[in-house]
Write a protein that binds this ligand. Structure first.
Ligand code: ADP
Ligand code: MG
Length: 449
C-alpha cells in the first residue's frame, strides 16, 4: 500500500514523500481511511509506529475538502498531555501547513497568557495545545468551538491520568454538534475509564487496535535487574553507562529531585548528562529538549514527564532507574527507543520499593519476567512474596494491594483517574473539590509544567 492510495490531496502526498516515507505504517493504513470517512476513532498501536501522521493527514484532508462550519472558530484542535509532546506534534503539523492558507498555533501552559490571546484573535484553523491552558482561554471567551470539526486527543489516557477529564469535557461540550469528529490515540487505551470517557465524547467509534490495546514493542529488548537500594542502583547505572553501546540514553527516575541528583553525579564523571523535570521553567525545558534532540547531550535524566510520545530518533537505550508508578508508563518509557522500525534496548532496576510496580508491569505485559545479573553487582534482594498465611482471615492492606495489582491486564486497567496525579515521590492527590484548570496547570503535580 502507498500513501497515494488513500485519495489524499496531492500536496499532502508530496510532503509525505518529501519526508522520505515510502509506505504507510499499519496504523496509518487503517486509521487514515477510517478517519477520512468521518468515523470517530479509538486507535492504538505500539510506540513509534507513526500515530501522529495517522491523525494529521486526515485532518488536513478534511480541511482542504470541506467548507468551514464557521469563519472564525478553529477547525481542528489537537490536545496532548505534555508541552513537549504538543511542540513535537505542532512541528510535524507545520511541515504540512507552512505553505498553505491554513494557520496553526500552539497554546501551552507556562507561556505568556496575553500573547496567546492575541494569537487566538487571529482565528487559527488548527490549535495544538495542552488541555489546561486551552480550557482557560475557552472559559474566558478568547475563542469559541462551535465550528470545531475535529477534536484529536493524542495520548488520551495520560490526559485523563493527569486529571484533565474536566477540561476535556469542557472542550468537548463547547464543540458539541453533529458534525464534530473525534479521534483518540495512544499505545495504551484499554482503561475502563478511557472507555467510559470515550462514550461521552465519541459517536459510534471505530476501534483500531494494531496488536492489542496495550501494545508492546517487540523490537525493544528488555532486561530487568534486581537492586538492593539507591547505591546499588547507582553502581548498576554506572556499569551500564560504561559497558552498553548506545547513541543517546534516557534515564527515568521516580522523583524530580533524583533527576537533578543523578545528572550531577554523571556530569562529575565527565558524562554528557542533563536533567529534565517539571520543576524547571518552560525556557529551561525547551533549551534542554532542544539540546538533547540535537545531540548536544548524550544522557537525559527525567521523570514520566518525558515518557509519552517524544520522538527522539537517536535514543537507543532507556534505563528505568526506578520503575514507573503506573504500569502503562513502562510501555511508553521504553517506547522512547525503537522508533519507526528501529531496534532499541531497555533496562530496568527493581528494588524493594519498585516491587509492586514491577508486578504491575508483569501483569500488564502478561508474562513472567526473569531477572538478568551483573556478576560483580548481584543483589541480595530477591523480590517480595505476598504473605499467604492468615491471608484469608486478616489480609493486610499491603497484601491486598499486591494481590489486586498483580492480577492480569483486566485488573490493571481498573485504575481510577484522580483529579491530579504526580509522577514523582508525592502522594496521589484526591480532592473533593476539583482543581481549576489554572491550578492544575500551575500545580507542582502537573506534568505539563
Ligand atoms: P507514535 O505516535 O506512534 O509513537 P510517531 O508519530 O511519533 O509515532 O512516529 C514515530 C516516527 O516514525 C517519527 O520519526 C515519524 O516521522 C516516523 N514515521 C511516521 N510515519 C512513517 C512512515 N510511514 N514510514 C516511516 N517512518 C514514519
Ligand atoms: Mg505519538
Amino acid at each position: 500500500m502507498q500513501f497515494s492510495d488513500f485519495g489524499l490531496e496531492s500536496r499532502l502526498i508530496s510532503t509525505v514523500e518529501h519526508l522520505g516515507f515510502t509506505a504507510p505504517t499499519e496504523i496509518q493504513q487503517q486509521a487514515i481511511p477510517a478517519a477520512m470517512k468521518g468515523h470517530d476513532l479509538i486507535a492504538s498501536s505500539k510506540t513509534g509506529s507513526g500515530k501522529t501522521l495517522a491523525f494529521i493527514l486526515p485532518a488536513l484532508q478534511r480541511l482542504a475538502k470541506n467548507r468551514a462550519l464557521s469563519k472564525r472558530d478553529p477547525r481542528v484542535v489537537i490536545l496532548t498531555p505534555t508541552r513537549e509532546l504538543a511542540k513535537q506534534v505542532f512541528s510535524q503539523l507545520r511541515l504540512f501547513t507552512s505553505n498553505t492558507q491554513f494557520k496553526a498555533v500552539l497554546i501551552l501552559g507556562g507561556e505568556n497568557f496575553n500573547d496567546q490571546v492575541k494569537v487566538l484573535e487571529k482565528d487559527p484553523h488548527f490549535i495544538v495545545a495542552t488541555p489546561g491552558r486551552l480550557a482557560d482561554h475557552l472559559t474566558q471567551g478568547h475563542f469559541y468551538l462551535n465550528g470545531l470539526e475535529l477534536l484529536i486527543l493524542d495520548e488520551a489516557d495520560r490526559m485523563l491520568d493527569l486529571g484533565f477529564a474536566k477540561q476535556l469535557t469542557q472542550i468537548n461540550n463547547a464543540a458539541d454538534h453533529r458534525k464534530r469528529q473525534t479521534l483518540l490515540f495512544s499505545a495504551t487505551l484499554d482503561h475502563a475509564q478511557v472507555n467510559e470517557f470515550a462514550q461521552e465524547l465519541l459517536k459510534k467509534p471505530k476501534r483500531i487496535a494494531i496488536g492489542g490495546a496495550f501494545t508492546e514493542h517487540n523490537d525493544i529488548s528488555k532486561r530487568f535487574y534486581l537492586a538492593d537500594n539507591l547505591e546499588h542502583k547507582e553502581a548498576l547505572l554506572q556499569n551500564f553507562l560504561k559497558n552498553e553501546i548506545y547513541q543517546q540514553v534516557i534515564i527515568f527516575t521516580a522523583t524530580r529531585s533524583d533527576t537533578e541528583r543523578l545528572a550531577n553525579i554523571l556530569v562529575k564523571q565527565d558524562l554528557s548528562a542533563v536533567a529534565l523535570s517539571g520543576e524547571l521553567n518552560q525556557g529551561q525545558r525547551n533549551q534542554i529538549m532542544e539540546g538533547f534532540s540535537k545531540g548536544h547531550h548524550k544522557i537525559l535524566v527525567t521523570t514520566d514527564l518525558a515518557s509519552r510520545g517524544l520522538d527522539l530518533v537517536n535514543v537507543s537505550l532507556v534505563i528505568n532507574f526506578d520503575m514507573p508508578k503506573h504500569a502503562e508508563e513502562f510501555i511508553h518509557r521504553i517506547g522512547r527507543t525503537g522508533r519507526a522500525g528501529s531496534k532499541g534496548d531497555a533496562i530496568a532496576f527493581v528494588g524493594p520499593k519498585d516491587w509492586l510496580s514491577f508486578k504491575n508491569v508483569e501483569g500488564l505485559l502478561e508474562q513472567t519476567i526473569s531477572f538478568d545479573k551483573v556478576d560483580s553487582l548481584q543483589a541480595k534482594f530477591k523480590g517480595l512474596k505476598p504473605k499467604k498465611a492468615k491471608a484469608k482471615k486478616s489480609e493486610t492492606n499491603a497484601n491486598k494491594a499486591i494481590r489486586s495489582k498483580t492480577s492480569k491486564t483486566k485488573k490493571a486497567t481498573k485504575k481510577v483517574f484522580h483529579v491530579a496525579q504526580d509522577v514523582g515521590d508525592m502522594p496521589i492527590i484526591k480532592r473533593k473539590q476539583p482543581l481549576s484548570a489554572q491550578q492544575i496547570e500551575d500545580s507542582k503535580l502537573d506534568e505539563t509544567k
